[in-house]
Design a protein around this ligand. Structure first.
Ligand SMILES: Cc1cc2nc3c(=O)[nH]c(=O)nc-3n(C[C@H](O)[C@H](O)[C@H](O)COP(=O)(O)O)c2cc1C
Length: 196
C-alpha cells in the first residue's frame, strides 16, 4: 500500500470500460476501514453508474448554470470553469461515488463551537476514508479523482441525491487513460517543524 502512496495521481482522463463491481467494492471496503472520530463513521457512499450517474450529473450541470446567475458560492466564481471541466471528467469515468456526511450540518446553519469541532472531526474522518479509497483504487489498477467541485451545485445535488446529511465530495473511478506526472509537493523543510 505504501507503493500506492507514491503511485497515486488524480486521473482526469478515463477509458470507457466499465469496472467490475467486485473492484468497486474493494475500493469501498478500504473506505469503510478508515479511522473516524469517536468511531462515528459519518460517511455514506452513493455509487452511481449508467443512467443514475447521468441524472446526477444533469443536476450538477443545472447547479453550475444557476451558479452563474444566482451564486451559492459567490467568492468562488473564478472556479466555475474548473467545475465544468470536472463534470466532463465525471461524465467520462464509468463510476462516480457521491459521499455524504450523514452527521453533517447544513452549510446555511450557524454552528456552536462544539458543533464546529464535531464537523471538523467528521470531515477529517471522511477525508481518511476517501484517501483509503484512492489508495485502494491505485492498488487495484484503477484511476481515481477526489472531487469537491460538487459544492457549486450543492443545493441541486443534495436535492437529487435525496439522502440524509450533507454532500461533502465525490470520487470518480475508472481505468486511467493518462499517466500524469507527480504534482509538486512542499519540501520537508517547508512543511515540517521539529521541536525537542
Ligand atoms: C479535497 C479535495 C478536493 C478536490 N477537488 C477536485 C475537483 O473538484 N476537481 C479536480 O479536478 N480535482 C480535485 N482534486 C484533486 C487535486 O487537484 C489534486 O489532488 C492535487 O492537484 C494534487 O495532485 P495529485 O492528486 O495528482 O497528487 C481535489 C483533491 C482534494 C484532496
Amino acid at each position: 500500500m505504501i507503493d500506492a502512496i507514491y503511485q497515486r495521481r488524480s486521473i482526469r482522463k478515463y477509458k470507457r470500460d466499465p469496472i467490475e463491481r467486485s473492484l468497486v467494492e474493494k475500493v469501498l471496503e478500504a473506505g469503510l476501514l478508515a479511522p473516524s472520530s469517536k468511531n462515528r463513521q459519518p460517511w455514506k457512499f452513493i455509487v452511481t453508474t449508467g443512467e443514475a450517474k447521468k441524472d446526477a450529473l444533469r443536476a450538477m450541470k443545472e447547479g453550475l448554470s444557476r451558479e452563474r446567475e444566482k451564486p451559492f458560492l459567490p467568492e468562488s466564481a473564478p472556479y466555475i470553469r474548473d467545475a465544468l471541466f470536472t463534470v466532463r471528467i465525471m461524465e467520462q469515468a464509468p463510476v462516480v461515488i457521491f459521499v455524504m456526511n450523514e452527521l453533517g450540518y447544513s452549510l446555511e446553519k450557524e454552528l456552536t463551537r462544539d458543533e464546529h469541532v464535531s464537523e471538523i472531526c467528521n470531515a477529517q474522518s471522511i477525508g481518511a476514508a476517501l484517501e483509503n479509497m484512492a489508495l485502494a483504487a491505485t492498488d487495484a489498477g484503477l484511476g481515481s479523482l477526489w472531487i469537491c467541485n460538487t459544492y457549486f451545485a450543492y443545493p441541486e445535488l443534495c436535492q437529487y441525491l435525496d439522502s440524509p446529511g450533507e454532500l461533502v465530495a465525490a470520487m470518480a473511478l475508472g481505468y486511467a487513460m493518462e499517466t500524469p506526472q507527480a504534482r509538486p509537493r512542499k519540501k520537508m523543510a517547508d512543511a515540517v517543524e521539529w521541536r525537542s
